[in-house]
Ligand binder design. Structure first.
Ligand SMILES: CC(C)(COP(=O)(O)OP(=O)(O)OC[C@H]1O[C@@H](n2cnc3c(N)ncnc32)[C@H](O)[C@@H]1OP(=O)(O)O)[C@@H](O)C(=O)NCCC(=O)NCCS
Length: 195
């Protein structure tokens, strides 16, 4: 679908005290590109290899169209965080739920990042809290999995504060930051959040 036919910015929106989350339309590609470029170095240690470079607005337009389709299909949600009082402003971070499985598992995998100048203000924690509610009550999933490299202490404390519980340790689990890295595996039971 072209962005001309799909211009609205209200797909899978979530509101929290300070943030507005959406799976943005392709018209937001320039803002997403700015976030990506500003944070490339900051996120590099935890970034997966990219099959194709995402260095242009055109490339991001294509990617956002794909992301929107995944959200409509219910297979993955790639939210961008913006300030509640500046919904058309800069992207401040990302939260994603990918690898959604139905059937006996009813699960999804969590990912998150925040702009380098916005770390340490609890924004990611706030956004993930909203996403967990969405997963429990809109997507009706049963649990969310997450993982972090053992040395990623910021990620570890965000996940622990939210109530994620470690259940395993996987050697050479994910190719991030240019090499295979061990990961601590955690999960969050959504049933207590169901309304
Ligand atoms: C991991 C990452 C998302 C965490 O970001 P963050 O801003 O530190 O996370 P939180 O939203 O949980 O914020 C917690 C911090 O905000 C502080 N804070 C300030 N105001 C707060 C509030 N109102 N509520 C909660 N925490 C608040 C907390 O004290 C804490 O500070 P500390 O880390 O110095 O102890 C970020 O470091 C990042 O983008 N890292 C690179 C990508 C990455 O590692 N992703 C995860 C891969 S598994």
């Amino acid at each position: 679908m072209s962005d001309e036919l799909d211009p609205d910015d209200h797909l899978a929106t979530i509101e929290t005290a300070r943030l507005w989350l959406s799976v943005p339309p392709a018209s937001q590609a320039a803002r997403v590109l700015v976030f990506d470029q500003r944070n490339r170095e900051h996120l590099a240690p935890w970034a997966p290899p990219r099959p194709a470079p995402l260095d242009t607005i055109a490339a991001w337009r294509e990617r956002l169209l794909v992301d929107r389709q995944k959200a409509r299909d219910g297979t993955a949600f790639l939210w961008r965080l913006r300030a509640m009082n500046d919904r058309d402003g800069a992207v401040l971070g990302t939260v994603s739920i990918t690898r959604i499985e139905r059937g006996p598992l009813e699960r999804g995998s969590l990912g998150a990042s925040v702009d380098l100048d916005h770390q340490g203000h609890g924004l990611v924690q706030e956004a993930i809290d909203g996403v967990l509610d969405y997963c429990a009550n809109t997507l009706r999933l049963r649990f969310i999995e997450a993982g972090h490299a053992p040395q990623n202490l910021r990620s570890a404390s965000t996940l622990r504060r939210l109530g994620f519980v470690p259940y395993g340790y996987a050697r050479d689990y994910l190719h991030v930051g240019g090499r295979l890295q061990d990961h601590v595996l955690l999960q969050y039971d959504l049933r207590a959040r169901r309304r």
